[in-house]
Design a protein around this ligand. Structure first.
Ligand code: ZN
Length: 276
């Protein structure tokens, strides 16, 4: 198994969805490949972090009161005998009919009430879990993995230059979009170079800026239908991620610089990019 195959199968492996032989092959690869092992560990701890942070919504007291009061109303409408406390036969005999029918009717009604309550509980607990921004979380994992890889594998840049006029044309010829490459050296964020990357099934430009001894990977691609437009700042595994978009491009900056510096970088980049 090579790294590409391992990365492809990693989600299935983390979710325990692979057959034993494939799982074993991945395990073997992780033992032999520090790069994939690192990605696996980051991804695994992200999944745990997301799992722990997933929101749990309690049904509001008002809803509980509404269900209880409609239950009381419906019970009040039932014939009194149907809710008698007399022990009921488990398998009512065919004769005599009347009690069996009433018992059945009230049982059906209780089953319906239970279904309504069940649906309400599902609506208030499960739905927000399903709506959590899973796509963004997964993307964040990929972005951090790419950032870590670029620093670990000695592959920070494809074109190493502090000159925007070298980096930009190089990227423009390799990509089918023209990403802005502003010069932020005057603001303490010198350009280091650029790199091609592949994220979330599309090509991306990765610009590398420096802040003192830290590197910032800025990933840029034209907006896709799956991109969220909300600005976000998240922290994962000691890395900070800032996301924004300007209509022309989606941006994700990843770094281990402090959040203030990263936010500052984002603002400077936006100002400079808007000028061009
Ligand atoms: Zn590998």
């Amino acid at each position: 198994m090579n790294c590409e195959e391992a990365v492809k199968l990693m989600d299935g492996y983390l979710d325990g969805e692979l057959d034993p032989i494939t799982s074993q092959t991945i395990e073997q690869h992780l033992l032999e490949c520090p790069k994939c092992d690192q990605a696996y560990k980051i991804h695994g701890s992200l999944i745990r972090a997301i799992g722990n942070a997933s929101p749990y919504y309690e049904a509001p007291a008002e809803l509980r009161e509404r269900i209880q009061s409609s239950l009381r109303d419906e019970i009040a409408k039932l014939p009194t005998r149907s809710i008698s406390r007399e022990p009921q036969p488990l398998f009512p005999r065919r004769q005599p009919r009347p009690r069996a029918i009433l018992w059945e009717a009230s049982w059906n009604w209780l089953a319906l009430a239970a279904a309504i309550i069940f649906a309400a509980v599902i609506a208030f607990t499960l739905v927000p879990r399903l709506q959590r921004p899973g796509a963004d979380q997964f993307l964040a994992t990929q972005l951090i993995a790419s950032h870590v890889r670029s620093l670990m594998a000695d592959h920070l840049t494809d074109v190493a230059s502090s000159d925007q006029h070298t980096v930009k044309p190089w990227l423009d010829t390799k990509l089918d979009f023209a990403a802005p490459v502003p010069d932020l050296s005057g603001d303490g964020f010198p350009l280091v170079g650029g790199r091609l990357d592949y994220l979330d099934n599309h090509s991306a430009a990765a610009l590398v800026y420096q802040r003192r001894k830290h590197f910032i990977n800025l990933f840029i691609w034209p907006p896709t239908s799956g991109d969220s437009t909300a600005q976000t700042m998240v922290e994962r595994e000691g890395y900070h991620l800032v996301h924004w978009s300007d209509g022309d491009f989606t941006y994700w900056a990843v770094s281990d610089v402090n959040p203030g510096d990263l936010q500052n970088f984002k603002q400077l980049f936006e100002q400079q990019a808007a000028r061009h």
